[in-house]
Design a protein around this ligand. Structure first.
Ligand code: WT7
Length: 648
């Protein structure tokens, strides 16, 4: 990446210092960086003491067989005990753990004492169904409290869960059930999406028919819709769980006991089962949730809007917040049901103080208009988080201004399914934030940017993001495929973890993420990141969202093709397209001017909100579309293709 374009990306030069009162009372201060730098392993050993161990670990890291790490190897603990029971024992049984908000408007508050009973009963039910420590259980549920309860029940008895996002097809579910060799699947009749019950059980029936390892399907009743029933195999949750004893003694497992497998689809090949284990994972999710969100469990109301089916939901709905005794909101549905202010209504209703969401959601809110959040009282908010993809400065500023009243710090947290927990992020009481940059590796984390030859780049330079030291919540392997684990992450640069993200360091040494390396375009010999061009487009007042791809081009190698969603009032004219092209030219330089700009109504996104540039590339190169099964809405592509001739 050239220095000029870096300078341009930094055009938003405002800096935001932490609010004085937050800094004065922050959970974590600048000293943590110093402490971790002086003694990284000592720092993590200290963070591990946030947890309650049945047997304290005597060793922090065993890295004798890289890249296979063992953290806190001789320690023993029960993860569910740490997330639930100990808070009750500490006298916080009456504290609300989960404020559940169903999409139809139903709700339910679950205290830590109630959660302890529910998790214990579910654990006893799983034992009755024959699940044992060391087994795998697949979870295919909507965003309801039973999902967290099911995950914790698995953890409690030492069975690894494999949560499969409820939006995935029977096919995707079958592949994952088979790969993990799950003996039980936990699902529901359905869940509410966009004002309607949406069925889940049929996909499970279909998936289970295609595999031979599943003994039981445990079914939560959520919507009351009709379900097909296989006698002997299917069991209602309310029948088996409700009659169990609320007493269950949690057994202590090794720190390296498997906690869960979570599949990432990746761009090619079969999904990778990312394996996370217990002690290190819980240490880092707990610490980062405490440090980055400055969580004060007595007073904060925390809300992470992710689905539990993604790693964000695992680490920052279930394990991190519950390990910390947080009170949180869990919302079942979509942000525009029954109206586009639903999120802000929820913030107002529960007095949410910490909100964690994704750039794709923020850009959608921008598109819907400033007047929508303005109708609600958002004054309880004190910290805003972002995760999932680079947040363009425009969206960052909008988030701070329209949601955070120009007052709340924004923490842009970089991490991955594989890293298990946050790795690069500002600390809200310490960091002077820069819109668009995740900035600094967290205390105890070693990350940098290297060039093609693995040399660390100097300030102002760009290349690949790497992690240079093992970290407690790192993936331990790819389930059943150690070699693929080595090949995918540890072979590109000797001894370093290759994250697959492009990145650069600015003049202060702060890190800017530039998207997946496969999303870098090569135009007339220049590397241009899709993120940069998208940011430039979105910084124009007429553009709400943009997705940029490189399409094969005879003269320039690749040509930049941009798909843009215009803001409500902007008219789709030739003049506007010219103006946008020039706007990118003046922002990033003439080389980055898109060859074509196509206004579209929607962009193709995966269910986790990532833009599927691969499909847009197919369109831009006039190819038949590749696999569209992971799209939220496959009709989006028909609309986009229909636009094409006009713009060619
Ligand atoms: C990829 C990991 C981390 C939980 C959700 C996604 C991108 C994530 C950021 C950020 C820039 C980000 C990266 C990363 N990403 N957070 N703050 N800034 N990029 O988990 O599905 O495993 O995806 O998401 O490209 O590699 P995931």
């Amino acid at each position: 990446m050239s220095n000029e374009s870096l300078a341009n990306l930094l055009k938003e030069e405002r800096r935001f210092a932490p609010p004085a009162d937050l800094a004065a009372n922050a959970n974590v201060t600048a000293e943590a960086y110093e402490q971790a730098k002086a003694d990284r392993l000592g720092f993590w050993a200290e963070q591990a003491r946030r947890l309650t161990w049945a047997k304290e670990p005597s060793e922090t890291l065993n890295w004798s067989n890289p890249p296979f790490a063992k953290w806190f190897e001789d320690g023993k603990l029960n993860v569910a005990y740490n997330c639930v029971d100990r808070h009750v024992e500490d006298g916080h049984g009456d504290r609300v753990a989960i404020h559940f908000e169903g999409e139809p408007g139903d709700g339910r508050a679950i205290t830590y004492a109630e959660l302890k009973d529910e998790v214990s009963k579910a654990a006893n039910a799983l034992l009755e169904l024959g699940v044992q420590a060391g087994d795998r259980v697949a979870v295919y549920l909507p965003m309801i409290p039973e999902t967290a309860i099911a995950m914790l029940a698995c953890a409690r008895i030492g069975a690894a869960h494999s949560v499969v996002f409820g939006g995935f097809s029977a096919d995707a579910l079958a592949t994952r059930i088979k790969d993990a060799d799950a003996r039980v699947v936990i699902t529901s009749d359905g869940g509410y999406r966009r004002g309607k019950p949406s069925a889940l059980k049929p996909a499970v029936d279909d998936a289970v028919d295609r595999v031979d390892n599943v003994e039981h399907v445990l079914v939560v009743r959520r919507t009351g819709q009709e379900v097909a029933w296989t006698e002997g195999r299917d069991v209602w949750w309310h029948e088996i769980v409700e009659r169990q004893s609320a007493e269950h003694t949690p057994e202590a497992f090794d720190a390296e006991h498997p906690l869960f497998i979570l599949y990432t689809s990746g761009t090619t090949g079969k999904p990778k089962g990312i394996l996370h284990t217990s002690g290190g994972y819980l240490t880092q999710t707990s610490y980062t949730h405490h440090a980055v969100f400055d969580l004060k469990p007595e007073t904060d109301v925390y809300w992470c809007t992710a689905d539990v089916g993604w790693v964000t939901g695992h680490s920052y709905i279930v394990y991190g917040p519950l390990a910390n005794g947080a009170t949180q909101v869990m919302y079942e549905g979509t942000p525009d049901t029954p109206h586009q202010g639903r999120f802000w209504e929820i913030v107002q209703k529960y007095g949410v103080t910490i909100l964690y969401t994704a750039p794709t959601a923020i850009r959608t809110f921008m598109k819907w208009g400033d007047d929508i959040p303005a109708k609600f009282d958002l004054s309880s908010l004190r910290i805003l988080g972002s995760v999932g993809e680079p947040i363009n400065p425009e969206a960052w500023i909008w988030y701070r201004k329209h949601i955070g009243a120009d007052r709340t710090p924004i923490v842009d947290t970089w991490w991955q399914t594989e890293t298990g927990a946050m790795m690069i992020s500002p600390l809200p009481g310490v960091t002077e934030t820069k819109p668009g940059s995740a900035q600094t590796p967290l205390p105890g984390i070693s990350a940098t940017v290297v060039d093609d030859e693995a040399n660390e780049v100097s300030n102002g330079g760009g290349g690949y993001l790497v992690l240079t030291e093992p970290w407690p919540s790192m993936l331990r392997t790819i389930w059943g495929d150690d070699q693929r684990f080595i090949d995918t992450y540890w072979s590109r640069f000797e001894g370093k973890y290759f994250a697959g993200d492009g990145a650069k360091k600015d003049d202060d040494g702060d890190i800017w993420l530039l998207g997946r390396v496969d999303d870098v375009m090569l135009v007339s010999g220049h590397n241009i990141s899709t993120t940069e061009v998208e940011s430039a487009l979105v910084s124009h007042p007429s553009v709400a969202e943009a997705a940029v791809v490189g399409a094969a081009d005879e003269t320039t190698g690749q040509a930049i093709v941009a798909f843009v969603i215009l803001r409500g009032t902007a008219a789709e004219t030739e003049d506007l397209v010219t103006e946008l092209r020039n706007h990118v030219g003046t922002t990033l330089g003439p080389i980055a001017k898109p060859k074509r700009i196509l206004p579209v109504a929607e962009l193709p996104k995966t269910r986790s909100g990532k833009i599927m540039r691969r499909l847009l590339r197919d369109v831009a190169e006039n190819r038949q579309l590749g696999d569209v099964t992971t799209l939220t809405d496959s009709t989006v592509m028909d609309l986009i293709q229909a636009k094409l001739p006009a713009a060619a």
